[in-house]
Design a protein around this ligand. Structure first.
Ligand code: BGC
Length: 322
């Protein structure tokens, strides 16, 4: 009789408790199954050099200095480094003017326009700007930071903001673009901020997703793409309003043009996400992916908007009324 006691006890457990127990078990199994699994294809470190797109902007003045070297960045194994300064006042803006920095010891072979779309997240911008300048100044690249701010209270239009920012970056003759969320901070110094011959999803390992890539075609977060490729695919759609989807549609444009999305190894592609309240979700975003119209919706067909440019020492601020 004793043998059946546990079974009898189990029969007494009510349905709600059972559901909770089953859900907990599923969560534990999932957590264990995912933890530390990096299930995406990536370029091994020793092949990165061949894939680099080494093009400096014509605005970089030629000199007799030796070319900058980059293998010291992407070949080196760095520990994660996420010391965030408590105050912007600790930041020394040496070498930065109009949001731009050019290395002084060597001639850069990489010029990058870093584009950050933004609205009402001053506390994140205050952390992001000094952090990213400190991170990038160690990489021997020429870069400029653009913050594109939506000024009105309409639904956030990230795609349009990127398209506008890219026009400024093109006027400044940047051959490489990096689209960057303001809430993501790179943790590993080997994550070279440059373009490859193909677009690169740079934030493949985010702490919010327990350093796993949620799905293979994800391009959101941080993405690098050559300026000529961005124009070829006609930029972002201007039609995604609110949170989500515009990056998935952008991924469709990339693959439609025969381009591939590449990634660096997981230990290099690590980011931490700053906590924030999410923008209103675009509930139509999945439906909008069914019939995209990239030829008539993008860089070549931006809806009416007004922009003004303001230059700060640490970034070019582009204010947009949509
Ligand atoms: C959204 C994307 C987002 C991704 C990861 C998807 O559901 O459509 O815009 O980047 O989730 O958060």
């Amino acid at each position: 009789m004793r043998r059946w006691l546990p079974l009898k006890r189990l029969q007494k457990v009510d349905v709600k408790t059972c559901i909770v127990i089953v859900l907990c078990l599923i969560a534990i199994i999932q957590f264990i199954a995912c933890f530390g699994v990096f299930d995406y294809e990536y370029i091994p470190r020793d092949e990165i050099e061949r894939k680099l797109y080494l093009h400096a902007s014509p605005n970089v003045r030629k000199s007799s200095k030796a070319d900058c070297r980059y293998e010291n960045v992407y070949q080196k194994v760095f520990p994660d480094d996420w010391e965030i300064k408590k105050s912007v006042n600790d930041f020394v803006p040496q070498g930065i003017a109009n949001g731009s920095y050019t290395p002084t010891d060597c001639l850069p072979l990489i010029s990058v326009a870093l584009l950050v779309t933004y609205r009402k997240r001053q506390n994140q911008l205050d952390i992001f700007v000094p952090f990213i300048h400190n991170f990038l100044r160690k990489q021997n690249i020429h870069y400029k930071l653009y913050v594109i701010e939506q000024q009105d209270d309409k639904l956030f239009n990230k795609g349009l903001l990127y398209n506008i920012g890219v026009q400024y970056a093109m006027a400044d003759k940047f051959p490489c673009l990096i689209m960057h969320d303001v809430d993501l901070l790179p943790l590993n110094s080997a994550n070279l901020y440059s373009c490859l011959h193909q677009p690169r999803h740079m934030s493949a390992s985010i702490d919010k997703f327990r350093f796993n890539l949620p799905y293979k075609t994800l391009t959101g977060g941080v993405l690098s793409i050559r300026t000529d490729q961005y124009t070829k695919i006609n930029g972002f759609s201007n039609k995604f309003l609110g949170w989500g989807g515009e990056d998935d549609e952008f991924a469709l444009r990339i693959t439609k043009h025969g381009l591939n999305i590449l990634r660096f190894p997981p230990d290099i592609s690590r980011y931490t996400m700053l906590v924030h309240k999410q923008e209103k979700k675009n509930v139509a975003r999945h439906q909008m992916l069914v019939n995209p119209n990239p030829e008539k919706d993008g860089l070549n067909a931006m809806p009416f908007h007004i922009t003004t440019q303001h230059t700060h020492r640490l970034f070019a601020l582009i204010k947009v009324q949509t």
